[in-house]
Design a protein around this ligand. Structure first.
Ligand SMILES: [Zn+2]
Ligand SMILES: [Zn+2]
Ligand SMILES: [Zn+2]
Length: 737
C-alpha cells in the first residue's frame, strides 16, 4: 500500500542507496538496490550488517567509489510511510550540533521498530440473529455487552467487559449466536473537534490568541514567546493556535516536561477539543507506543502531547510546536545524545518552516535575550484569568524567628496556616528535599554515615527505615547504633519532606496532610491520584518537592510556604539563582487561583540577598534583567557559549589524565576564540563509585567553538585513554557539574 505522502521515486536510487543505521557508527553505508525494488529517500529498509539484519533508513543515493561486488544488497523494504525529509534534515542537524554520529540520533527516531510493520487485523465478534440453544447468565452478559456496542469486539475486550472466560465466547461463536469478523487492530484515534465553544477567553487572551493564529496563518518559521503570569490562561491561548493549525490540515505537537503531562492537562485539552490528545511519554505500553508512532507517521494523530522524546516522532505534516514550561530543566536530555529539547524544537520548526510557541510564566534567560534581540516575538498576559489576583509574596526572616534546631516552621507561617485552614482553604508547603533528614549524626562521637560510592551523606528515609544515597541510589538498613562508638543516640539533622509531613501531622492533628514527592508517587498513576485528592478537597495541607510546582491548578490553595529558600542561594552552579527564582514563582503561582487571594511566605536567613530582594521588590521580570547584567559581566551564557567534556573512571586520576590529554590535543589543533578551563575534579568528585572530572570550553561566539569541537572530538575519540574512561560531550550544559 502506498503511503499518502509518497512522492515520485528518486531515479538516482535505482542501483545504489546510502543507508543510515540507528547505531552509533560514523555515517551511512552503501547498499545495492535489488531489481524491481522502488525506493525513495526516507524509506525504511532491511539490510544485512555482519551476521545480522538491521532496519535502516534510505538517506540518499549511493556513491560509486566501491565496486558493486564489494556491496551487499538491500533485503527488504518496510511497509511504512517514509521518514519525512524535515525529520531527516533534523537528525543530521542535531548530530552536527551535538557532535554525535547521525546514527546515534537516528536511533532516537527509531525506538519503535515494531511500528514499521503494519498492524495485522484481529478477529472480533458481533451479535448475530440467532440465539443460543442453551442460555446461561454468563452467556447473557456476553450478548448484552456485544449488543450494546456498535463496533465488533475482540474476545479479550468481551471477556473483560462481561467478566467471562474466553470459553464462553468461543461457545457462543461456535453455536452461531456470535459471528466472527475481522477488524483493524486499533480503534481509530479520536479526532479533535474544532467547533466546541466551551471556553470563553478574556479580552487579553483573545488578542494574544489572535496574534498566535496570525503566526500560524503565515505558514512560515517564527518563534513566539507566550509569557503569562501563572493562572493567566496561556494554555487556552495556545489551544487556539493549535485549532488554527488543525484547520489548515496540519499536525500539532505540544511538548511538556514529563511530570506536567497529567490527567489534569489532558482533561483541559478534552474540554476544548472534545477528545483526549494522543500522548507520548515513558509509561506507554509497547503496543500503545507502536500504535501512536504509526498513527503519527500516517497523519491519523492530529495533536500529540509528549515529553521531549516526542520531538523525534515522524510527523507526516507537522505545522506547529508548542513548548510549554519552556524554562524547565527537564527538557534537557542528559543521557546518550545530550540535547536541549526546547532549543532543538526551535531548530525543527525552522527546518520544517513552521511556527513554534514557547510558553512560560518565568522564561529562561536564553529566551529573554532572543526576545530582546528581536529574534523571537513576544506576547504577554499580565493578568490572571477570571479576575483572580496574583498572590502577595513576603520574606520571613528566620534569624528573627530564632527556632530551635529541630523546628522548621516559623511562628508567622504557623499562624498563617491556622488562619487559612480555619477558613476551609488549603495550604501548600514547598521543600525541595525528599526523605526524612539529609544527615544522620551520632550525638556521642559525631560519626555520620556516608555513601561509600559517592562524596555524599546518606539521606534518612524513616518510613522505609533505610539510609538512601540520592546520587547513586544505593541504600542500606538504618543502623540501630553508631558504627564508631556503638552509641544508640543517632540524631537526624535537617529536614526533608517526610519529616515536615510528620511534624505537620503532629501540629495539625485535625487536618489531612498529603505528601507529594518522588517517593510518594513511585507507583504509576499515583501523582494523578494525589492531584485529584487535592482538587476534591480530600487533603488540607500539601507538602512536596518541585513536583508540586509544575503547572498544576489548585483553586483552593491560598497559602504557600517556601520552607527553605536558602538552599538555592548558595548552590555552586551559575544557574542556581535563575532556578531558585523560577521555582519560587512557579510554586507561588499555585495559590490564589480561585476566588480567594493568595499569600506566599518565603522562609530565609538571608532576606536581603540580592536575588530575593529583586524578586520581592520587582517580580520576575526585574529579577531577570538584573541576572542578565550579572551574566554578561561574568561572561556566562546566554552571552557566551559553553561545552563541557565530562569524564569518569574507577581510579582517582584516570579521568583527569584523560582530560589533560584532550587539552594538549586542543592546543595542537589551535583553539583561537575558545577558552579551555580545567581539567578539574567535578563539584561532586566521586559518584556511584567513579571519580569524575571535567573540562569546560567557553567562547564568545558559537562558530569558533563548533569549529574546534568538530575537529577535536574525533581526535579525542582516537586517544588510547578514551577507551579507559567513560566520557561525554555536553554542548550548552545546563548544569556545569
Ligand atoms: Zn537559623
Ligand atoms: Zn558515635
Ligand atoms: Zn551514593
Amino acid at each position: 500500500m502506498d503511503s499518502p505522502n509518497s512522492t515520485a521515486a528518486d531515479t538516482r536510487l535505482t542501483t545504489r542507496a546510502s543507508i543510515l543505521l540507528p547505531l552509533p557508527l560514523a555515517g551511512t553505508y552503501d547498499y545495492l538496490v535489488p531489481d524491481g525494488m522502488i525506493l525513495q529517500a526516507g524509506d525504511y529498509v532491511v539490510v544485512p550488517l555482519g551476521t545480522r539484519e538491521r532496519i535502516g533508513v534510505v538517506w540518499g543515493p549511493g556513491g560509486d567509489a566501491l565496486p558493486a561486488a564489494r556491496l551487499k544488497a538491500i533485503r527488504d523494504k518496510c511497509d511504512a510511510p517514509p521518514m519525512p525529509a524535515d525529520l531527516r534534515a533534523f537528525i543530521d542537524w542535531v548530530a552536527g550540533y551535538t557532535i554525535q554520529p547521525p546514527g546515534a540520533v537516528l536511533r532516537m527516531a527509531m525506538r519503535v521498530p515494531a511500528a514499521l510493520t503494519p498492524p495485522t487485523p484481529v478477529t472480533a465478534y458481533r451479535a448475530s440473529h440467532n440465539l443460543p440453544a442453551r442460555m446461561t447468565a454468563a452467556r447473557q452478559r456476553v450478548l448484552d455487552v456485544v449488543q450494546a456496542t456498535e463496533a465488533p469486539l475482540t474476545a479479550a475486550e468481551i471477556a473483560r467487559k462481561a467478566q467471562v472466560s474466553n470459553a464462553v465466547i468461543r461457545g457462543l461463536a461456535d453455536s452461531g449466536a456470535l459471528s466472527r469478523v475481522t477488524r483493524p487492530r486499533h480503534a481509530p484515534v479520536p479526532q479533535p473537534a474544532l467547533d466546541t465553544e466551551t471556553v470563553t477567553l478574556s479580552p487579553d487572551q483573545q488578542s494574544a490568541a489572535a496574534s498566535l493564529r496570525a503566526s500560524v496563518a503565515e505558514a512560515a518559521f517564527s518563534v513566539t514567546l507566550l509569557e503569562g503570569v501563572t493562572g493567566s490562561g496561556k494554555t487556552e491561548v495556545y489551544f487556539d493556535a493549535i485549532a488554527e493549525t488543525l484547520r489548515r490540515g496540519q499536525q500539532a505537537l505540544i511538548l511538556l516536561p514529563e511530570i506536567a503531562l497529567t490527567v489534569q492537562f489532558l482533561s483541559r485539552f478534552e474540554a476544548r477539543f472534545g477528545c483526549q490528545p494522543a500522548a507520548w511519554h515513558s509509561e506507554l505500553s509497547p503496543p500503545r507506543r507502536q500504535h501512536i508512532w504509526r498513527a503519527v507517521a500516517e497523519g491519523e494523530v492530529r495533536v500529540l502531547v509528549g515529553a521531549r522524546s516526542a520531538l523525534f516522532l515522524p510527523f507526516a505534516e507537522l505545522g506547529l510546536i508548542v513548548v510549554d514550561e519552556e524554562h524547565d530543566p527537564a527538557f534537557k536530555q542528559e543521557e546518550g545524545v545530550i540535547y536541549q529539547a526546547r532549543d532543538m524544537a526551535v531548530v525543527r520548526a525552522s527546518l520544517g518552516e513552521f511556527p513554534i510557541v514557547l510558553a512560560s510564566a518565568t522564561p529562561s534567560l536564553e529566551t529573554r535575550v532572543n526576545v530582546e534581540s528581536g529574534r523571537y516575538r513576544t506576547i504577554s498576559l499580565s493578568r490572571r484569568h477570571g479576575g483572580a489576583q496574583l498572590p502577595t509574596i513576603e520574606a520571613v526572616d528566620m534569624r528573627a524567628a530564632a527556632l530551635p534546631a529541630d523546628r522548621w516552621l516559623s511562628p508567622r507561617l504557623v499562624t498563617a496556616m491556622r488562619d487559612s485552614l480555619a477558613r476551609g482553604e488549603q495550604v501548600l508547603l514547598f521543600l525541595n528535599r525528599r526523605g526524612y533528614a539529609p544527615v544522620l549524626l551520632c550525638h556521642a562521637c559525631g560519626w555520620v554515615p556516608k555513601c561509600q560510592r559517592c562524596d555524599a551523606h546518606y539521606t534518612l528515609h524513616r518510613t522505609r527505615q533505610v539510609l538512601l544515597c540520592h546520587h547513586c541510589g544505593g541504600e542500606r538498613p538504618l543502623p540501630p547504633s553508631c558504627a564508631e562508638c556503638a552509641s544508640g543516640d543517632l540524631l537526624p539533622l535537617g529536614a526533608g519532606t517526610e519529616r515536615i509531613e510528620a511534624d505537620i501531622t503532629a501540629l495539625f492533628p485535625e487536618h489531612t496532610v498529603l505528601r507529594v514527592d518522588r517517593d510518594s508517587t513511585r507507583r504509576r498513576g499515583a501523582l494523578d491520584a494525589h492531584l485529584s485528592a487535592v482538587r476534591d478537597g480530600r487533603a488540607d495541607i500539601l507538602v512536596g518537592t518541585q513536583m508540586l510546582a509544575k503547572g498544576h491548578h489548585f483553586p483552593a490553595v491560598t497559602l504557600v510556604g517556601i520552607l527553605d529558600a536558602d538552599q538555592g542561594l548558595f548552590a555552586a552552579d551559575f544557574r542556581a539563582s535563575e532556578r531558585l527564582a523560577q521555582t519560587i514563582y512557579q510554586v507561588a503561582g499555585r495559590c490564589g487561583r480561585g476566588t480567594q487571594p493568595g499569600r506566599v511566605l518565603i522562609q530565609t536567613h538571608q532576606p536581603q540577598h540580592p536575588v530575593l530582594h529583586a524578586l520581592l521588590q520587582g517580580g520576575y521580570g526585574v529579577f531577570a534583567q538584573q541576572l542578565l547584567k550579572e551574566r554578561e559581566a561574568a561572561g556566562w551564557p546566554p552571552f557566551t557559549h559553553l561545552a563541557l567534556l565530562r569524564a569518569e573512571a574507577p581510579g582517582a586520576q584516570e579521568a583527569l589524565w584523560f582530560l589533560g590529554e584532550t587539552l594538549s590535543l586542543a592546543a595542537e589543533l589551535g583553539h583561537a576564540g575558545v577558552t579551555l578551563l580545567g581539567p578539574v575534579p567535578a563539584p561532586m568528585p566521586k559518584r556511584a563509585g567513579r571519580f569524575r572530572a571535567q573540562l569546560l570550553l567557553q567562547a564568545d561566539r558559537r562558530a569558533p567553538l563548533h569549529a574546534l569541537l568538530r575537529s577535536w572530538l574525533p581526535a579525542v575519540a582516537q586517544l588510547p585513554a578514551a577507551r579507559k574512561v567513560r566520557w561525554s560531550l555536553d554542548v550548552d550544559p545546563i548544569d556545569t557539574y
